[in-house]
Design a protein. Structure first.
Length: 447
């Protein structure tokens, strides 16, 4: 019973802190908490001895709120103004009792927050100091990650170079780096989990806040916080373009066929792992026009496995087949005994669309003017699931050579892909011939 109460309390705090930013900036909410702390402290300090116990209970609640807030939504405290307010609240709380911290002392029947007593296990100052230190470390790690990511942007091949030179026989391709579909799928999963770990609940809720800001002509949402979302979306696009590049840059049809079949097997292994985002990116890359038009290549490919994959990602009925597979992976994750079985990486674009759809079809307020908490409870539930999935430790051994290739191998632009595709298999109709002629003329004029 106590564990259930504690879980429900944490869930409520998560939902409240996540949803509140639709209506009020996190700093404004923090400032209101500070005002309440000051007012409550002043009232209870002037009361009788019984009020002293209430003061300690109140302090315990505020400590729990701040701990949940700083751990789950650290980015709310990135600016100096918010950090200053946090320190001021912490200072007021430490004055409530200079010598003790709260601790649950209930039996298995459970106790409420009011059933706390203050023990000698440590000081309030120590708890708050540790909380602040953890927050600063988290913020520093996030800033460092963004700096590192900027250094590893995927290079795009110059559009004109393909007209000048054919790929050399010594040029690396994916098969020269990794010829095992399972291993490549595992390395893709490593990259996915690393990138998704830097997407926070407040980043996802920013979609709702930003759309409300546009609707109301206000700037409540901070669009800079969508950086992590855009970076992850860019990874999806880069992987799709890398798949297309690896296929189109190969001159020999037999080798090109091998690479197509290899990526089909990689996508299937991603599906088995629960890495739906990489799977969708690979399928998207193979469905790009420069790849899809290679009819002679596809005629040599055993497409049965590819057809199964496309069935899983069939967009009809709002991606019903994919959602069934995702639900199965989520259920497996809940009962899993190993990290391998816990992996769930949803198709990120679809996940974002679901959040946005939930927001648009339900109003923020009920007819009586109260906040539609049921709507935000559902949105926060989905974001909480995503937050749980991203925290899974990847169980596969990391191969830095393969990951380096996936992250830094040159990728062709869309125009370059078409040129490589036409050089591999010439245009077959008037439309393709016109496109090929226009492309060559355009790129030669740029040179």
């Amino acid at each position: 019973m106590y564990i259930l109460e504690k879980t429900m309390r944490k869930t409520y705090i998560f939902t409240f802190l996540l949803s509140s930013r639709v209506f009020i900036h996190p700093y404004e909410l923090l400032a209101k908490v500070g005002q309440i702390c000051l007012k409550q402290k002043q009232q209870l300090e002037t009361g009788a001895e019984v009020d002293k116990a209430k003061l300690k209970s109140f302090a315990a609640k505020i400590i729990q709120l701040l701990k949940e807030w700083t751990e789950t939504f650290p980015y709310d405290f990135q600016d100096e103004k918010s950090m200053k307010e946090l320190k001021e609240i912490a200072h007021r709380i430490t004055q409530c009792d200079e010598g003790r911290i709260p601790r649950y002392t209930g039996s298995e029947n459970g106790h409420r927050m009011e059933d706390l007593r203050w023990t000698e296990n440590g000081t309030v100052k120590k708890i708050i100091s540790q909380m602040t230190q953890n927050l600063l470390m988290t913020l520093a790690a996030r800033n460092q990650y963004q700096e590192i990511r900027e250094k590893f942007r995927q290079p795009v091949t110059d559009k004109g170079t393909i007209l000048k030179t054919k790929p050399q026989s010594s040029q690396k391709d994916i098969l020269s780096v990794c010829c095992d579909p399972l291993v490549l799928a595992q390395q893709l999963t490593h990259i996915e989990l690393e990138r998704v770990s830097n997407i926070y609940p407040e980043d996802l809720m920013q979609i709702v806040s930003h759309m409300d800001s546009l609707d109301n002509h206000k700037c409540r949402g901070d669009v800079t916080k969508t950086y992590n979302l855009e970076a992850y979306d860019n990874w999806f696009n880069c992987l799709s373009m890398l798949v297309a590049t690896e296929i189109c840059k190969v001159v020999k049809k037999k080798q090109r066929t091998r690479i197509v079949e290899f990526f089909i097997d990689v996508a299937r292994e991603c599906f088995n792992i629960g890495n739906f985002n990489s799977m969708m990116a690979i399928i998207s890359g193979m469905n790009l026009s420069p790849v899809a038009r290679l009819k002679k290549t596809w005629s040599k490919v055993k497409t049965a496995k590819f057809d199964v994959l496309e069935h899983h990602m069939d967009p009809s009925s709002n991606f019903c087949n994919y959602r069934t597979a995702l639900q199965g992976a989520a259920q497996r994750s809940q009962t899993a005994h190993s990290s391998r079985e816990k992996i769930v990486i949803p198709v990120f674009n679809l996940f974002i669309k679901d959040i946005y759809f939930l927001h648009k079809i339900h109003t923020n307020h009920l007819p009586n003017g109260q906040i539609n908490f049921k709507k935000f409870w559902e949105i926060s539930r989905q974001i909480h699931d995503f937050n749980t999935w991203k925290q899974v430790d990847c169980p596969f051994e990391k191969d830095r050579k393969i990951q380096s290739y996936l992250l830094t191998a040159p990728i062709y632009s869309e125009e370059a892909l078409f040129i490589a595709s036409f050089e591999s298999e010439g245009p077959e109709n008037h439309m393709e011939k016109d496109s090929w002629k226009t492309l060559r003329t355009t790129l030669l004029n740029r040179a």
